[in-house]
Design a protein around this ligand. Sequence first.
Ligand code: 48F
Length: 263
Amino acid sequence: MPLFHPVTEGEITRAIVNSFLRQFEEYVSSDVIIVGGGPSGLMAGKELGKAGLKVIIIERNNYLGGGFWAGGFFMNKFTLREPAQEVLDELGVPYSRAGEGLYVADAPHACSKLIGAAGDSGVKFFNLILLEDLVIREDKRVAGAVINWSPIAYLPREIAALDPVPLETKVIIDATGHDASVARKLERRGMLKLAGEGALWIEESEEAVVEHTGEVYPGLIVTGMAVASVYGLPRMGPTFGGMLLSGKRAAEVALAVVLTDSR
Ligand code: 48F
């Protein structure tokens, strides 16, 4: 008696292809597309999934987590300032006190728990997918994402002429970190002006990023370090409370937009 049930190779391939295509077709229209699977995007996704919305996270890398895996200086440790440790309590991630109102935790542990929580909330992940452009209709509102397989971007130009496909959505969240890749699509067309990220200043940055998290253009919300790039706010280095609370704030704003959306 074999340990595993017998199946053919064809059945394996069919299971993968059918499952992917069914999911892809279902998510051609969604409530929210989050671009970027770093801490702010994952946090926003987890909250929106919990609220019952149909949410996708698009990530150009083959892994989720962005800058959250390695913590500071590749030491797998990151810091949080009060009250952001409450997110770790929620996720069940252990941490220790490193000073007055300052906590330190293991980045891989926190990152994997956050990815798991986003998945548990119903968020669907599309890895190795690059946001190439935006859908903007006559009402001058962001209405979708134009996506392509991200390895295409690394192919020589002469063989990389592959048309992308559009996805429809009610709101896009730019969680692409320092690049602010989504907001830059609007800047390229003169529809938004980005101030560019400021130099590092921890005291100032985290609060400012959370405060400025919101809709920068109809249908486009910015979160995480993309907020700093849009508004010219200081960067913060390996302290992640600002990212997590900004993701939470982005989810609240997105929820309000989706609930008042009449389309
Ligand atoms: O960079 P990232 O972790 O952004 P974040 O959530 O957090 C920033 C912190 O990690 C750290 C910091 C905090 O103290 O300063 O840097 O703001 O994650 C951004 C993710 O977006 C993906 C990218 O691969 C990364 O995983 N991304 C960027 N551009 C695109 C994209 C794009 N055009 N399409 C798809 N994914």
